[in-house]
Design a binder for this molecule. Sequence first.
Ligand code: ARG
Length: 467
Amino acid sequence: MSGHGVAAGSGKAHKLWGGRFASGPAPAFDALNNSIGVDFRLWPFDVRLSKAWAVGLWNAGVLTLDESRTIERGLDAVAVRLEAGETPIPSDEDVHTLIDRLLHEEVGDVAAKLHTGRSRNDQVATATRLWTMDALQHLDLAIRELQQVIVDRAAEAEPMLMPAYTHLQRAQPVSAAHWLLAHFWPLDRDRARLRAAARSAAVLPLGSGAVAGSAYPVSRTLLQGTLGFDAISPNSMDAVSDRDFVAEVLFGCALAAGHLSRFAEDLIIYGTSEFGFVRFGERFSSGSSMMPQKRNPDALEIARGSAARALGDLTALLATIKGLPSSYNKDLQDDKRVLFDAVDMMTLVLPAFAGSLGEIRFRPDRMRAALSSGLMATDLADYLVRRGATFREAHGAVGRLVREAEEQGIELDALPAASFSAAHHLFGADASDALSAERSVELRNVDGGTGPDAVRTQLDQARAALR
Ligand code: ARG
């Protein structure tokens, strides 16, 4: 089992295969094939599943109790060494080879019995699933922390009014809390999606062997219980190649990153001098090497840009899976490259986003100043509806007023009363009351609306979602 292949220039390499090869692999092959640079981080999970496998082999009568215990203790010692910073050597093909080599160093020849009835195919699938189950818990916390900052900032922004935009054109007044919470709910759905992906990951492949299932009667139920999986894979050929859970995580990350990019874009444009609704803090911004006046929202820009990477990772995996023949193929080795990239990216972006949002200053005066009376044109039409006009008719009348104001280069509320009564006979002296932004917002207490009561309820719902 060991010492067959020879890596160029490094003496005898520890290998998990090689008996049927007369010569060793070419350096250019090793450079391409070795995945230790990517999969090294799986080691805690490979150690865990290997210990469970040793117990399983004892249970199946393959190992004596003594052998099984020696291997388990050896794996613990391997974990201690790796924890202490032991790094792979160039001839370690992948994390499984590395751990096998270290186990040999710790316990000698009995280590060679551990690989009985298993393959790196079921092993890597199991380790990757364990890693994913763990990583998604951390990701969930990181998203939750950003959501908490959103809720806190929304509570503060509740009394501030600002324009909501459609087509990036001023549309209607809203509470700034309503805008912030519009970015809370997508993240809540992202968490639900990633929880579902974690459930997809929690299916045990170990025992599937290379493709046809293990020839030793290892209890998969025992393995499932020991390793904390929800279920056991029902088909060994499927189990060694099922990367659906990776695709689901990548989709979850790509969509979450898309949501963050949208939120970042809002903040970035609202932070421009032209909008001026927010002012960026200093801890998550950078200056310019040339222009002394600059304070750039780099964290948010990187968050926005990172969505492209997440999208690329998802696309790469889906393209890898497409058209592959049944069961394990080496193409699948790259699943981890994209999985780790996307999760690492989210792990970096989320706290920086939360920090950036946390230190932003709102500028309610600038928000309020952007609420030109034209934003209440719908409310003016609603005024006519309340007085008996049909909405279509009211829409036309207000549209004429808007055109008139535009032609004169003035705001809607600067038009003389005569213009109103000319536009529709139902306009009374109180028509201009309908052009109040406060009133416009107050009227929208429908569930999910921007009215004060509705926003208070929404804040409660958001807080409840975080409990
Ligand atoms: N490093 C490999 C991977 O990540 C482990 C599985 C190798 N299987 C094989 N048949 N060579 O996919």
